[in-house]
Design a protein around this ligand. Sequence first.
Ligand code: MN
Ligand code: MN
Length: 488
Amino acid sequence: MAKEAKTKAKKEKLSDRLFFKLKSGWEGIDKKTDKEVEDFASAYKQFLDKGKTERECADTACEILEKNGFVNIDSSGAKLKKLEAGMKIYKNIRGKSVLAAVIGKKSAEEGFNILGAHIDSPRLDLKQNPLYEDSDLALFDTHYYGGIKKYQWTAIPLSMHGVFINEAGKKTTIKIGEEPGDPVFTVTDLLPHLAREQMEKKASAAVEGEDLDILAGSRPYDDSQYKEEKEKVKLGILDLLNKKYGITERDFTSAEIEFVPAFKASDVGLDRSLIGAYGHDDRCCAYPALAAIVALAKEKSAPEKTLVLYLSDKEETGSAGNTGARSVNFENFLAYLSVAGKTDGGSFEKMREACMRSSMLSTDVNAAFDPTYANVFDKKNVSYLGKGIVLEKYTGSGGKYGASDANAEYVAKVQAVMNKNKVQWQCGELGKVDKGGGGTIALYAANLGMDVLDCGVPVLSMHSPFEIISKIDLYTTYRGYLAFLKDL
Ligand code: MN
Ligand code: MN
């Protein structure tokens, strides 16, 4: 090619300058970054496999925080001390939610930089009195938790997680179906040969919530001493549980037992660019948020502003309850950061001032474009797998109902920070107008007067037992959270 022609080909097209175009995050990736993406994905998969419930995930997060020098303010007496720049603290809320902070050089009244994710995911919870026997089969009765397509939860291997608490308050933790060689559980489904009626029903009615019963066993208790007993299969199951954990049927009435998919997180696709797992929503944002605050806590000098991490529970059922984002736990922690150890007595006004001046990312997932279901998405406004962290100005549904619509000023500010740090971002709206919608914890934080923007990873098959994300988006999200904590 002649020199002239080359220059001409290189010349920027007007549309390159004026259009908002997105490229794949994989394009032009260098070897070093590629390895960082892969390493981050491996660590994330381990995090997922270790914490499949809100309790396990909170424990795992606290373990990571402890390992990195964060001090539990409830167990150390640190609460009495004055908070000083560089201090790393955390609080565990009833074993299901975690708040952590790295104290900055600036005073609380200048506001905090906050990342808030949720660590609960849709699942099947046992009822209070769940175990029954029918036709020589023992079954557990459940009540599903969060928004699920019920038919997706049949005929897959499930594992059993949770806690029993006895009258003395002693906690027995159980986890069955995760270790190699463990038995698993399942909800049975009807064979196609006899499913004519079922298949004619609406998908929402094909499997009823009351029919999500879990197969627990089939072998009658065998002891000549107990010949007269009825329900021998149920008896056998209770006998096993009693021998191993010391519990009886009555102990289920106070327990929290959750059934989740038994499979592990794994790479998806021949090119291994994707991760398939249970619980990406919202651990694929919780983990990068946790990793970002831990990375900054390791830096020699304290951050400018105080950095806060909030891992909340109960988001999938509307954030209600004393471990959810609507509770005062979040506010109490911010109040503590604002007034702890202040000799002038610290005040309510100071905490309010801190809230008003704080900036937060509601770090939650977004529905990625799925070509198989193209008609529910607005192609211009949906997020795409592989195209980076999603900045979602508003959520809600039908006329932006229930949305925390972030201010233009704030969205532009977050975008500027991403641009400065070369973090590829994209927009995301949850489906076409009036096709549905959803919310996050953003509005509860916004109610405190702070700036909040929804910001996270695009997901395929969201709320299914096996959700899909892209490794490059996961890593880009981590980098985006780092940029936000550091530079906003
Ligand atoms: Mn979510
Ligand atoms: Mn969700």
